[in-house]
Design a binder for this molecule. Structure first.
Ligand code: HEC
Ligand code: HEC
Length: 287
């Protein structure tokens, strides 16, 4: 049963199909320091736009068991880092008709990509669109390298997204939601509060009204994406945010939007903005 009286009136359909139970015990005082070096902000005051919805924002890491948490504390233990190493080779590999690699234009990834993840999705002035990191990587592949675009949720793409994200680890997420990005952000917000599927549940019903409760065997988090791409123990690979959104919507037994669709790009911008102030953690480890 829902614990909090404020839970925006779950319909009977939802209540009969999904049982939210009391919270599991997690060590909420645990601190995330990666490689004894990078101190992560895993809990902080919510950004102003969440006034009335959430007071404090928390990384998904704080909801995991200590066995899962520890895997993210050292790169040697983090299974996601193997894919990051593979992407580093990719960074230096020439591909496409222009005979270029990423490194040909961007030199070393450590300096050229520091801080980039923290501000994505981001408005691109020339293209007049909000771009996710994946869209930008494919834009460079197609228009700068003359190479084929990669599938949105492919292993190669997700690894490249992780490599770029690693260069911002520890930096606070800081996506812009005003100016030209505002209408996309508002569309994402609408989707976040829309009820989907037979279960008639919105993202907010689970991740805002019921975080910290148990749903089946899962300890519900706030559904933040500061840790993406995420290595999941469940499928033993890196997963990007759109793959996760798709899975969550499918769990409500709804038809889902496609990875890379305008809807998911808008949703990514909105969900990222709910984590403004949390550290970039990628690649994080989850169950
Ligand atoms: C021929 C040169 C060239 C190559 C090769 C190239 N890029 Fe780019 N890249 C650019 C330019 C120019 C921009 C800025 C374009 C813009 O802002 O629209 C850019 C922007 C980016 C950005 C956004 C940076 C930011 O601050 O917003 C990312 C991420 C990126 N490239 C990744 C890659 C990756 C990954 C590869 C290899 C798969 C690659 N690029 C290959 C020229 C290149
Ligand atoms: C029926 C409840 C439910 C709904 C509705 C739901 N989710 Fe989830 N979501 C979960 C569960 C369970 C997990 C796994 C445990 C966790 O991390 O919260 C999860 C995980 C996530 C994660 C991974 C968080 C992390 O730190 O790894 C993200 C991101 C996410 N959801 C976003 C969304 C979005 C966006 C929507 C709406 C399109 C949505 N979810 C709808 C139940 C739900």
């Amino acid at each position: 049963m829902t614990k909090r009286s404020g839970s925006k009136a779950l319909t009977w359909m939802a209540l009969s199909s999904v049982v939210f139970a009391a919270p599991a015990l997690a060590d909420e005082s645990a601190k995330l320091v990666v490689n004894d070096e990078i101190e992560m902000i895993t809990e902080t005051d919510a950004p102003a736009h969440l006034d009335g919805a959430l007071g404090t924002i928390r990384s998904g890491w704080t909801f995991r068991t200590s066995e899962t948490q520890v895997l993210q504390m050292d790169d040697f233990d983090n299974p996601g880092m193997i894919f990051v190493d593979q992407a580093l080779d990719q960074w230096n590999t020439v591909e496409g008709s222009a005979g270029k690699s990423c490194a040909s234009c961007h030199d070393d990834v450590e300096s050229s990509m520091a801080g980039v993840r923290a501000v994505y999705p981001k408005w691109n002035e020339e293209a007049e669109e909000v771009r996710t990191l994946v869209m930008q990587i494919n834009d460079c592949r197609e228009n700068q390298m003359g190479a084929e675009p990669l599938k949105y949720t492919s292993g190669k793409m997700t690894a490249m997204e992780a490599l770029i994200s690693v260069q911002s680890r520890g930096m606070p997420v800081d996506v812009a939601i005003d100016g030209p990005a505002q209408s996309t952000w508002e569309r994402g917000k609408d989707i976040y509060y829309t009820r989907f599927g037979q279960l008639d549940l919105s993202c907010a019903n689970c991740h805002e009204d019921n975080y910290d409760n148990m749903i089946r065997a899962d300890h519900l988090s706030q559904g933040q994406i500061n840790g993406f791409p995420v290595y999941r123990l469940k499928n033993t690979k890196l997963n990007n945010a759109h793959a996760r959104f798709k899975g969550c919507i499918r769990d409500t037994r709804a038809e889902t939007f496609k990875p890379g669709s305008d809807e998911f790009v808008a949703l990514e911008l909105y969900v990222a903005s709910r984590g403004n102030g949390l550290s970039v953690e990628a690649p994080s480890v989850r169950n």
